[in-house]
Design a protein around this ligand. Structure first.
Ligand code: NAP
Length: 533
C-alpha cells in the first residue's frame, strides 16, 4: 500500500492526501493549484509513458488546437512566442511539459501507472486506488482528470475483423506505417479528420473519405505569427492580454450564436455558407459536403485546407453508408466494394463513458457506472452524491463548443483546492455534495439547453438516452460565476470520528423531490455560504 501525506489523531488536521488520475492539462492544473496553496501531498497517476494527456496521444499529421493559443493556455503561464494563432500539437505538449516543470509538479507524476479501480472505504474515509501493476494508493481525496476524449471509439461495423489491410485510430497514429503510395480510407470527418486529411492527401496514391454527416466549417489559415508581432506581445504584455481578451470574447460570441439558432445563429450560418461555397466551386461535391442540421449543433470545424483537399483528383468523398468491411476494403450501401490498403479510423471518442473502464465504487458499494446508469451527471461537472471527496475534471456537461477547455480546467482546479482547504481547516474527514443540490444543478443545466442549437441534431454530446451530457450549455463567464467560489452549504462534511452515514440517491428529472437530508450524527453542519442562485 502506498500512502502519501501525514495524518494525525482523530481529526484530519494535516494536509489531505490527494491522488490525481491523469496528467493532461486538467491533472497538471490541479497539481499546480493544490501545491501552490500548501496542499503538498499530491500524487499524479498517469497511464501513459509521459505527461500530456490528449496532446501526447493525438500526434496525427497536422494535429493542432483550433482554439487560439493565447486562450488555450493557462492564465498564469502566458506566452508571447506562440508560433501561430493555433499551435501545433508538439508546441502544446512542450508548453505543458514546461509549465509542469516550472511549477515543480512534473516530479509528482508517476507514468505508466494505469488505474483500474478506486474504492471508497467509508469507515476510514479514504479512497483506495488500485493500479494495473498491483500497487494500491490511499488518498483522502481523489481527482479524476481523465477527461472526456481519452478513449478512442472504433465502431463495430460488420466484418471489421475480416479486413486484412492495416488500420489504426487517428488518436493512436501509426508513424511506422508509411502511407506514401497507399490506397487509404479515412472513416469519419470530424475535428481530427479535417486536420490530417489535407496533410496526407498529397502523399497517398488514393484517398477515400467516408462522411456520415457534413459539417459547418469556418476559415482557419493558421499562418505563422510575424516575428514583429511576437516581439510586440513580448514587449507589451497589455497587447498580449488584449489578444487573450479578444479570443475569449470571440469564443463567447460563438456560444451566443449556438444559444440563439433562429436569430443570431443565422449570422454564423451565413458566414459558414459563404465560406463553404467559395471553397467548393464544384456543385456536386458541394452538395455532398453540405450539412443538413442547424449551425452549431455539432462542433463547427475550422479549416481553410480541408474542403480544397477533397477536390484533389486522388481524393473521393464517399457519402454512401458503409455496410461492411471486407478482407480487401470497404463495401458501401450502393453495393460498391472499395479496395484499400489502410483504414484510418477518425471516428472520435467515447466521451459519455467518461472514466470507464476504470471502476469507481463510492459509499455503500455503489459504482459510478450505476449512479450514472441514467446518464452522467455531476454538480458543476465535478462532484457526485455518494462519492465523497471525489472530484471529476472535464466531467459531465463541461465540454465547450465556443471556448477553451483550459479556462474550465483552471476554474475546476481552483474549486477543488477551495473544497480541500475547507476540509483541512475544519479537520473534516470527507465532503459529499448534497443530493438535492446536485439534482437541482443538473435540472438547471439540462433546462439551459432548451432552444439552443445543441438540441437540434444527434451528436457525440448526447448519451445513449439522448441526454446532452458532454457540453456546458452556457458561456465561459457563466461557468466562472458558478464555480469561482466553493460553497460549503452545498456539501455535507463528515467529522473524522463519525460513523459513515447511509448514502442517499439523488433525484433525477421526473422523480419526486426528496426533503433536504437531516444531518446524520457525525455529519458536520456546513458553514453558511453563498446560496444557490
Ligand atoms: P468526432 O468529431 O466525434 O468525429 C467523428 C467522426 O466519425 C464523425 O464524422 C462521425 O460522423 C464519424 N463516425 C462515427 N461513427 C461512425 C460510424 N459508425 N460510421 C461512420 N462514421 C462514423 O471525432 P474527432 O474528429 O476525433 O473529434 C472529437 C473531438 O475532439 C472534437 O469534437 C473536439 O472536441 C476534439 N478535437 C479538438 C481539436 C481541436 O483542434 N481543438 C482537434 C481534434 C479533436 P457523424 O458526424 O455522423 O457522427
Amino acid at each position: 500500500m502506498t500512502s502519501i501525506g501525514q495524518r494525525s489523531g482523530n481529526a484530519r488536521t494535516a494536509t489531505p492526501r490527494v491522488v490525481i488520475i491523469g496528467a493532461g492539462f486538467g491533472g497538471i492544473a490541479a497539481a499546480i493549484e493544490l501545491r501552490r496553496h500548501g496542499l503538498h501531498a499530491v500524487t499524479v497517476l498517469e497511464a501513459g509513458p509521459e505527461l500530456g494527456g490528449t496532446w501526447f496521444y493525438n500526434q496525427y499529421p497536422g494535429a493542432a488546437c483550433d482554439v487560439p493559443s493565447h486562450l488555450y493556455s493557462f492564465s498564469f503561464a502566458q506566452r508571447a512566442d506562440w508560433s501561430r494563432l493555433c499551435s501545433p500539437q508538439s508546441e502544446i505538449l512542450d508548453y505543458l511539459r514546461d509549465v509542469a516543470r516550472d511549477h515543480g509538479v512534473d516530479g509528482l507524476v508517476r507514468t505508466n501507472t494505469r488505474v483500474t479501480a478506486c474504492v471508497y472505504d467509508e469507515d476510514a474515509s479514504v479512497w483506495r486506488v488500485d493500479t494495473e501493476s498491483g500497487e494500491t494508493y490511499e488518498a483522502d481525496a481523489l481527482v479524476v482528470a481523465t477527461g472526456q476524449l481519452n478513449q478512442p471509439a472504433i465502431p463495430a461495423l460488420p466484418g471489421r475483423e475480416t479486413f486484412a489491410g492495416h488500420s489504426f485510430h487517428s488518436a493512436r497514429w501509426d508513424h511506422d506505417y508509411d502511407l506514401s503510395g497507399k490506397r487509404v480510407a479515412v472513416i469519419g470527418t470530424g475535428a481530427s479528420a479535417v486536420q490530417f486529411v489535407p496533410e496526407i492527401a498529397p502523399r497517398v496514391a488514393s484517398l477515400r473519405v467516408y462522411q456520415r454527416t457534413g459539417n459547418w466549417m469556418l476559415p482557419r489559415e493558421n499562418r505563422r505569427y510575424r516575428p514583429r508581432l511576437r516581439r510586440l506581445f513580448g514587449h507589451l504584455p497589455a497587447v498580449q492580454w488584449l489578444r487573450r481578451q479578444w479570443v475569449f470574447h470571440y469564443g463567447e460570441f460563438l456560444t451566443l450564436l449556438i444559444r440563439h439558432p433562429r436569430t443570431l445563429g443565422q449570422i454564423g450560418h451565413l458566414r459558414s455558407a459563404l465560406f463553404m461555397r467559395r471553397q467548393l466551386p464544384d456543385p456536386v461535391l458541394r452538395a455532398k459536403v453540405w450539412p443538413d442540421y442547424t449551425f452549431g449543433c455539432k462542433r463547427v470545424l475550422f479549416s481553410s485546407h480541408y474542403l480544397p483537399a477533397l477536390a484533389r483528383p486522388n481524393v473521393e468523398l464517399v457519402t454512401d453508408a458503409i455496410s461492411e468491411l471486407t478482407p480487401d476494403g470497404i463495401r458501401t450501401a450502393d453495393g460498391r466494394e472499395h479496395a484499400v490498403d489502410c483504414i484510418i479510423w477518425s471516428t472520435g471518442f467515447r466521451p459519455t463513458d467518461f472514466m470507464a473502464p476504470m471502476r469507481i465504487t463510492g459509499a455503500g458499494g455503489q459504482t459510478l457506472a450505476d449512479a450514472w446508469s441514467d446518464g452522467a451527471h455531476a454538480h458543476l461537472g465535478m462532484t457526485v452524491p455518494g462519492f465523497p471527496s471525489l472530484f471529476v475534471m472535464y466531467g459531465p456537461n463541461t465540454n465547450t463548443s465556443g471556448g477553451s477547455i483550459i479556462f474550465y480546467l483552471e476554474l475546476q482546479a481552483s474549486y477543488i483546492r477551495q473544497a480541500l482547504e475547507h476540509l483541512r481547516r475544519g479537520g473534516f474527514a470527507s465532503l459529499d455534495v448534497r443530493p438535492e443540490v446536485e439534482a437541482a444543478s443538473d435540472r438547471e443545466t439540462q433546462a439551459a439547453f432548451t432552444g439552443t442549437a445543441w438540441t437540434e441534431c444527434n451528436s457525440w454530446y448526447r448519451d445513449d438516452q439522448g441526454r446532452i451530457v458532454a457540453n456546458w450549455p452556457g458561456f465561459m463567464r457563466e461557468y466562472r460565476r458558478r464555480t469561482e467560489t466553493f460553497d460549503p452549504a452545498e456539501y455535507a462534511f463528515r467529522s473524522a470520528w463519525a460513523p459513515a452515514p447511509p448514502s442517499q440517491p439523488a433525484q433525477r428529472d421526473g422523480e419526486p423531490r426528496a426533503d433536504p437530508p437531516t444531518p446524520e450524527p457525525g455529519i458536520a453542519a456546513a458553514s453558511p455560504g453563498r446560496s444557490q442562485p
